[in-house]
Every structure is written in structure tokens, then in C-alpha cells.
Design a binder for this molecule. Structure first.
Ligand code: ADP
Ligand code: MG
Length: 457
């Protein structure tokens, strides 16, 4: 299960990473006021010398995500090549080198050398001979320089594969592997990519040491809107309320979420007794029974499904029109996940939550996450549907959970600082441990896994 960082956790500032003041000053000059989600999700682990796989869309700020931790740990007293960044094209190599220079402008004696094909190699060799601690290059030219003995990687402690999917599609993967073979054991390796095709996953598995996998949920719009409501009821009254809801709304296909397996089964039994066509879906049922329920529900032979969150995970039903939260989930993210079950692929959806007095703090948490009040059912107030972006996020959380590969999922949110100040009280972020000019994992071999600390619990 990935750790999900949502907008309520967006509390880190660049200062919290304890970067050198010269770097912070450059960031101020550049107008970088706070880290982007991929920066927030990866920088701490990178500063702790962890291997890292970072997946985020183009334009999400991946360059600073890896370059700031690199710059912070470069030893300016040594002229040796300490960090190598591989980029798919000459343009990208130049772009990354330029960005890096702007981050490094107040750092003394840190040199960044771009190397790429289609330009005289002699000048690049000259630049390398002058001493570049950071080389940004295309795989072909880097390999050429290595083969000629003009580039020495014996002291290289940090390697970044930038835009790895592009390097793959341009046919550079073998060159990349060849280069990695020439780097010292125990170095730190980070791989950044907008997408994760299988060969890239394989590369990461084979070349990286227990990497942390950080993924940023994209803002891509994939589904339409859901009308969300709440209704307040205590104990047994919830069943009466549900009855009234069914009579009034006549939902064609509905999922009712309950919190526990026992509660789920009991609710399904109660509804059955009242003459509804309903089945339960929860973890106490055998796989065969669960499958047959799912087949019947998908085939629209059962209009009402009562389910626990776990059992409903991965439920691929596009025709659900109504979602009922008979109980509110403990985690607000699960709410978003649940209502993402409806309104899929451009359909209108309706979601209602039954809230007892003691669940009101949970409702507050949900509303903070959504940054909106959920309207009462039956009261004629203007509807504020969940935005498509929020539903897309729910789907992304779900996909990450199902893949089982993501360690940290950063959910993008607008005006993060604002959200923080209004929702988090006194939970100051943990101070990052200072780590500068460090020897990295040196020759220690690295494999040990380090506890992750992005955005505190
Ligand atoms: P990617 O490599 O993910 O495509 P880049 O690293 O090229 O993205 O960054 C995209 C743009 O965002 C650049 O113009 C960069 O200067 C800007 N940027 C990156 N991080 C921040 C930040 N924390 N605050 C403001 N702008 C940023
Ligand atoms: Mg980039």
C-alpha cells in the first residue's frame, strides 16, 4: 500500500529540506517559493542517499527534484566527477545544465559540464579536463567519452536517468546500461520518467537498490462529475433513511459502503428482508462467492451491492449510478476513492453519506480534503459536484494501490500552502537532517533500506 501524500500534507518548504543557504537564495531569485509535488515527494529520500524512481508528468519540476539534492551534496573541494545525469537529447541536456547552473549560481567552485553529440568532442574534453563535478549528457556521447578514457566515473556517487521513457523510445537503453556498468558500486541512482513502461520498470528493478517509488497523481481529466450529499442519522435510523433514499431515488445500480464485514453482511440481510434485491461483498466470503456476486452485479442482475472498502477495491463497474456511504470511512481519501466508483466515464453520479453525530469529525476531514462543504440531501441547495480532477485523483490512488508498486503517491492540489494553514494545526514538519558534501553510501554497498520520511505520518 502506498503512502498517499494529499494536499493536507503539503507542508514542506524548501527550507525544511535543510538545503545550503546558497541554494535557497538561488531558488528565491528564481521565484521558486515552494516545492512542487514531485520535489516534495522525492527530495528527502534523495538527500538521504536512497535510490529513487520518480514518476510525474512533464513540467512537474523533476529537474530541481534531483538537482537540488545533488548540488547540496557536491564536494566543491574535489574536481572529480561526482554526479552524472543522462538525458535523451542534446536539447534536454542543455536545458538541465542551464537549470542546474541557475540553482548553483551562488555555490563556489561547482562546475556543470554538458556533453552531447553533434558538437566537437574536443571542446567537451577540454571542459571535462578543467574539472566538472556534474556532467549532464546524452548516452551516446557519454559512452564515447568513457571509451576514450576522457571521462572517469570512479568517484561518481550520484547517477540520474532523466526522462527515462524517452531514452527508451530513442533506443538508448543498452547504452544506459553500459554506462551504469562503468559506475562504482554503492552509488545512488535515481530514475525519473513521465511514464513507466515495462522495460523502464525492469531497468529500475535491475539497476537500482531498493528504490523508493514516488508517483505524482496527474491532473488529467478522465471522468465527469458526481453530485455529493450528506444526511444525518443515528444508529438504526440509518436503515430507515436508506429505505427512504431508495424509495425516492430509485437508483438503478447502487453500491452501499459499510465499514466492517459484519456490518456489511447485516445490512445486506436487513435489506433483503425488506424485499430488496441485494448482495453483500466482503472479505469473509470465499473467492468463488465474491466472483459470482461481481458477475451478477456487472451483468446488472443485482441492482444493489453492499460492500466493504477492501472487497470493492478494483471493482470495475462503469454503470454505478449511486453510491451510499452507510458509514464514513476512517480515512478521508477512502471517501474520494469510494465516490470515484460512480460518475465514471462521463456518467452522472450521485453519492450520499449517512453521518451520525460521532462521525462528524470524519465528515470534517472529508470536507477539508475536498475543500468544500457537502450539501445536505433533501435541502434545495445549489450542488457543488466533485471536480473531475478530484475524481481523477481518486482513480489514480486506486490504480497505485492496485499496482502495489508505489511507495509514495503525491496527490497534486492547488494552493497547497493555504490548504495547510487552514487544516493542519501545529503539526510542524520534521526538521530534515543536515547532509552535505556527504560521502553518500560510498563503498558500503548500499542495499540497506532506509526508513522513508516524506511528509510526516
Ligand atoms: P519536468 O522535468 O518535470 O518536465 P522541469 O524541471 O523542466 O519539469 O520544470 C518545469 C518548469 O517548472 C520549469 O520552468 C521550472 O523552472 C519550473 N519549476 C520547477 N520547480 C518549481 C518550483 N518549485 N516553483 C516554481 N517553478 C518551478
Ligand atoms: Mg525534465
Amino acid at each position: 500500500m502506498p503512502r498517499v501524500i494529499t494536499r493536507k500534507d503539503h507542508i514542506l518548504r524548501f527550507e525544511d529540506f535543510d538545503l545550503q543557504p546558497e541554494i535557497l537564495r538561488a531558488l528565491t531569485d528564481l521565484g521558486y517559493t515552494e516545492p512542487t509535488p514531485i520535489q516534495e515527494g522525492t527530495m528527502d529520500a534523495l538527500l538521504r542517499d536512497k535510490d529513487m524512481v520518480g514518476q510525474a508528468q512533464t513540467g512537474s519540476g523533476k529537474t530541481a527534484a534531483f538537482m537540488l539534492p545533488i548540488l547540496d551534496r557536491i564536494d566543491p573541494d574535489s574536481k572529480d566527477l561526482q554526479a552524472l545525469i543522462l538525458c535523451p537529447t542534446r536539447e534536454l541536456a542543455l536545458q538541465v545544465a542551464d537549470a542546474s547552473r541557475s540553482f548553483a549560481k551562488y555555490l563556489d567552485n561547482v562546475n556543470i559540464v554538458p556533453v552531447y553529440g553533434g558538437a566537437p568532442i574536443v571542446e567537451q574534453i577540454t571542459a571535462l579536463n578543467r574539472g566538472g563535478q556534474i556532467v549532464v549528457g546524452t548516452p551516446g556521447r557519454v559512452l564515447d567519452l568513457l571509451r576514450r578514457g576522457k571521462m572517469i566515473l570512479s568517484d561518481c556517487r550520484m547517477v540520474v536517468l532523466d526522462e527515462a521513457d524517452e531514452m527508451l523510445s530513442m533506443g538508448f537503453i543498452d547504452d544506459v546500461r553500459d554506462i551504469l556498468k562503468r559506475t562504482p558500486w554503492g552509488k545512488q541512482t535515481a530514475l525519473f520518467s513521465a511514464t513507466m513502461p515495462d522495460p523502464i520498470k525492469k531497468l529500475a528493478e535491475e539497476e537500482l537498490h531498493t528504490p523508493e517509488f514516488v508517483k505524482v497523481a496527474s491532473k488529467e481529466i478522465t471522468v465527469d462529475t458526481v453530485d455529493q450529499r450528506v444526511a444525518f442519522a443515528e444508529g438504526r435510523d440509518k436503515l430507515e433513511l436508506l429505505e427512504r433514499f431508495i424509495q425516492e431515488m430509485k437508483p438503478p445500480t447502487m453500491i452501499i459502503f459499510a465499514r466492517t464485514k459484519i456490518g456489511t453482511q447485516k445490512l445486506a440481510d436487513d435489506l433483503k428482508r425488506r424485499g430488496h434485491k441485494v448482495r453483500a461483498l466482503h472479505g469473509d466470503m470465499g473467492q468463488g462467492a465474491r466472483d459470482s456476486v461481481m458477475i451478477a452485479f456487472r451483468g446488472k442482475r443485482i441492482p444493489i451491492l453492499v460492500a466493504t472498502d477492501v472487497a470493492s477495491r478494483g471493482l470495475d463497474v462503469s454503470h454505478v449510478t449511486h453510491v451510499v456511504n452507510f458509514d464514513l470511512p476512517d480515512e478521508p481519501e477512502v471517501y474520494v476513492h469510494r465516490i470515484g466508483r460512480t460518475g465514471r466515464v462521463g456518467r452522472e453520479g450521485f453519492a450520499i453519506s449517512f453521518v451520525a453525530n460521532k462521525e462528524k469529525p470524519k465528515l470534517d476531514a472529508v470536507e477539508r480534503l475536498l475543500k468544500r462543504k457537502i450539501q445536505r440531501w433533501g435541502i434545495d441547495e445549489p450542488v457543488q459536484p466533485l471536480t473531475p480532477e478530484q475524481i481523477a485523483i481518486a482513480e489514480e490512488i486506486e490504480a497505485a494501490e492496485e499496482s502495489g508498486e508505489v511507495d509514495v503517491l503525491v496527490v497534486e492540489g492547488e494552493s497547497t500552502r493555504e490548504a495547510t494553514e487552514s487544516t493542519v494545526d501545529g503539526d510542524a514538519p520534521k526538521k530534515r537532517r543536515r547532509r552535505r558534501g556527504g560521502r553518500g553510501r560510498g563503498g558500503s554497498g548500499g542495499g540497506e533500506s532506509v526508513e522513508t520520511t516524506v511528509a510526516a505520518e
